[in-house]
Design a protein around this ligand. Structure first.
Ligand SMILES: NC(=O)c1ccc[n+]([C@@H]2O[C@H](COP(=O)([O-])OP(=O)(O)OC[C@H]3O[C@@H](n4cnc5c(N)ncnc54)[C@H](O)[C@@H]3O)[C@@H](O)[C@H]2O)c1
Ligand SMILES: [Zn+2]
Length: 271
């Protein structure tokens, strides 16, 4: 299985990297699967019995903005301060060695691919990014870069004033992330990235494509569906699914039942 994955990667002309929250786990970032995963990362919410779905709700920005920015401000700092693990760099080396084209499609909002040196115009962030802000109403379609420093009281997970605000109307702003039950998310940035990805796929349709999917869960299956759509829809495409807990995929696609870093290192050793 690892030899097969290495031989597909060694001869690939086009790389599509598809990644979910599991990609960040080996950098020390939490995935939020099950309340216990979330509560291990955030004991302050465990004490109040609040789940990820409870916290990732846009209405908090209107009703209790210091709670809302406590959660998102903490994650902003965590994602800014965490260096991406070596697996990101090993894959970039594979792409460079093959002089291959690449595109990243991720449900992660953490900006870790950009931090690892992947080009911003080669990334589609299907659920948006924590590093971009919008008005919570929203009063316009404007999205701006998140340069805020948000101070949090970690015992209560509440953000201290002043909170980030919309420069146009003065309302509290929010990350440009698709939350649960979210009718206010502005999708323009993701939509533009999606058009770039469509053009990329049209241009690379006849080439030898490898889709390397890492850490994408089945609970919200957007990323897994994207990998499979490419794997079954393009003549010369193979999906390599790296996931320690739910790696299953139908042959001829390849299932690698390891964590991100270990899986990538094992394949690298065979290249
Ligand atoms: N870093 C982030 O940006 C972040 C973090 C948590 C959640 N989210 C959001 O929550 C949603 C969660 O869905 P999801 O499918 O991305 O994640 P998920 O939490 O549903 O699933 C995580 C997957 O990663 C796998 N995994 C666990 N440890 C791993 C490791 N070391 N290496 C590789 N894989 C590992 C698990 O088996 C699981 O399949 C996403 O839509 C995302 O927007 C984002
Ligand atoms: Zn506004």
């Amino acid at each position: 299985m690892l030899e097969h994955a290495a031989s597909i990667i060694g001869t690939a002309e086009t790389f599509v990297l598809t990644a979910g929250a599991g990609m960040g786990v080996d950098s020390g970032l939490p995935d939020f699967r099950g309340d216990h995963g979330f509560w291990r990362a955030y004991p302050a919410y465990a004490r109040r019995g609040l789940s990820f779905v409870d916290c990732a709700n846009p209405r908090h920005f209107a009703h209790d903005p210091s709670f809302a920015w406590g959660f998102y401000g903490h994650r902003t700092s965590l994602y800014r301060d965490t260096p991406p693990h070596e697996g990101f760099h090993i894959i970039r080396k594979w792409i460079e060695r093959n002089s291959a084209a690449y595109f990243v499609v991720t449900s992660n909002v953490d900006g870790q691919f950009q931090k690892a040196g992947y080009a911003d115009d080669r990334i589609m962030e299907v659920h948006g990014s924590i590093h971009w802000l919008q008005c919570q109403q929203p009063c316009s379609n404007t999205i701006w870069s998140n340069d805020e420093v948000i101070r949090i009281d970690e015992s209560t997970m509440r953000a201290r004033a002043p909170l980030p605000r919309c420069p146009d109307c003065g309302e509290v702003s929010r990350p440009n992330i698709l939350m649960f039950g979210d009718c206010s998310w502005l999708p323009d940035r993701t939509r533009i990235q999606g058009h770039a990805f469509d053009r990329f796929m049209a241009k690379n349709a006849d080439r030898r494509i490898v889709v390397i999917e890492i850490g994408a869960g089945s609970a919200i299956p957007t990323i897994r569906a994207t990998s499979e759509r490419i794997g079954w829809g393009y003549k010369h495409a193979t999906v390599i699914r790296i996931n320690p807990r739910e790696p299953e995929i139908t042959s001829p696609h390849i299932s690698v039942p390891y964590g991100a870093l270990e899986g990538v290192r094992q394949i690298d050793a065979l290249l």
